[in-house]
Design a protein around this ligand. Sequence first.
Ligand code: MOS
Length: 749
Amino acid sequence: MTVSPRTRDIHHVDIGTARLIVAPGGAAAALPETGIGSTERRLDGDDKVTGRAAYAGEEMPPGTLHGVLVTSPVAKGRIVAIGTDAALAADGVVRVIVPDDMPALAAPSVPPVAQSFVPMSDTSIRYEGQPVAIVLAETLEQAEHGAALVDLRIEAETPTVFETAETVTPRTEGNGYILGALDPARGDAEAAMRDAAATVDAVYVAPTRHHNMMEPSATLAEWRGGALHMHDSTQWTYGVRYALSGLLSMEPGDIHVRCPFTGGGFGAKGYVWPHQILAPLAARLAGRPVKIALSRAQCYTGSGYQPVVRSRVALGADADGRLTAIRHDTENVTSTADDYVEFGNAGTRSLYPAPNLSLTTRIRRADVGTPTAMRAPHEGPGMFALESAMDELSYALDMDPLALRLANYAETDPANGKPFSSNRLRDAYAEGARRFGWDARPRRVRARREGPRLIGSGMASAIMSTFRFPASARVCLTRDGAIRVEAGAQEIGTGTRTIFPQIAAERLGIAADGIEMVLGRTDLPETGGTFGSSSTISVGSAVADAADALRARIEGLADGTLPPREAWPALLRENGTGELVGEGGFSLPGDAPFDAHGGAGEHSMHTWGAVFVEMAVDEALGLARMRRCVACYSAGRILNPVTARSQMIGGIIWGYGRAMLEKSAMDPRSARYLSKNLSGVHLPVNADIPQEIDVSFIEEHDPHASAIGVRGIGELGEVGVAAAIANAVYHATGRRVRDLPITFGDLVG
Ligand code: MOS
């Protein structure tokens, strides 16, 4: 991120606790000083800003070789020959590994492996940027120089891209990317549309985007004895273990993965990409540790992306604005190897009830890499379409956009009729509208002008699926009286190193400061990945359970009551006890390995929000600026207002990027991204961000989703933002933009 003088504004806006959590009536909830609900600083902040936090790319055990991937410049074809003589003759180059050197691997399990095609397992070229050789050298510069000297002979073919590929139904059998029914339907949407008082029908496009995480992916692989040790930049240490154990036919216990800190992931590090497979193979061939760090450019082809999602949305409503029919057809790009499915109508299933519904989910297979989840998958790109269409419908009905949402409020989940585990969306609408001053908005478009600028306001609903994974954790009282929390989960910037100690502290009745948090290793209690906004709900519940177990053990030593914290070390000494350990877990009904929006249980689980945006548009210059954003959420209990609020601000800025800046444009002739660096791909920087991002949460305790009252928030913040912005641009100018991002050409002329 570019540092501008306005950095201070971003970090110091509105951080007071009292305004962050609001009771349904709008009254500020009283917050305790410590433990849950406190605004304690990030407990890992010092380690990060001083550089003590160790990231995968920084570790360099003695003897480590740098591996640089040689990648294909063409998207489709066949490797004819790889000339390695010049590279091998260069200073410091130790070895050049080519496909012929590679051992046969077992079939990948997708996921945790991100794509079923493992590069260098044959001579086929399936996407531009595909690794075809690895140069190993003593220094990074020598490896990079050697890579430039490798002589690739490739027989190229004309590639297919999204625009030229056929639309097909995804494979469902054996496809790990199927999260629900492809074509849910009820009633007769077409007939209802014909009888509706008002209809809209349009196509919306959310383009391909990349994660652009701050820390490029990196991995260090080292064989000791028969065991593999990796320091990997990942969102899921156990996933790396399982992926490699499958591919290499090794016992999972012989693969040790560590990742104490991950410098952002947003989904790019959720599953296992080729460099994480190739590094251990290279290390085994070389007999030395091998580190492969992707360059920024390689991150564009080496760790997934959010695929373009093209949505056709048609809505029909009666004269009172009640939806009578919803149609939402989505298509996303995927690779020829994997039917990755972006469920662009996931949110459409559960947000508004309508008696007639027709949803379809299709893919187009192109000569590109396999896409992957990116904050916020599914609902993120899809809700731009639905919530833009709802805005269009509000004008067709001459109805206030918020009133239209309220006329279509779902009391139970329209997808399955289940009650929600907890849902305060109605309060979020009201509170968000109050904080924004929505009632003062003129109904007409182009109604407000300030000098050369047109001012408009728009809103959108947000909905995100709640994902849960089983998890385990330990909370330990050490011999010297310290508390240590242990879980295999990762820290990807979201605040897990702060909130897990807080959860343990609350259960033990002590302060969180000073609690040691150990995470990010496969020798720690197993958890799922740090993705799907699932860590707090899943791992947090396991930590709470473990802390309860420890508390019970302490009480057991003290005849059933919990002595004051100061007395705990003496208690251990008197009882001749070493470390006391509490083990805890979080499991899903039927011991399911994963559950989306409540699974087969009795309750439907989602998170919600209401996003309000004010845009200023200068049509002479083709410029648009977000002046204000007010977002209010119903997301279960909020454990830490500081980290929660940061998550939502980050999500809103992420959504601003979707709306106004980001698109990974591809040359349709070569199937190559036109730009693979941060000067050619526009991301929001501090100067893009308005003075005020007002985030609030409705006070809530979800009794069903977890043992600690929470659901998840990480991805919710992105949802709805792009639609709210596009809707505000329409309100300001009368220009409806259905193809993101909104750029100069959409605003002038
Ligand atoms: Mo997130 S896309 O589940 O890392």
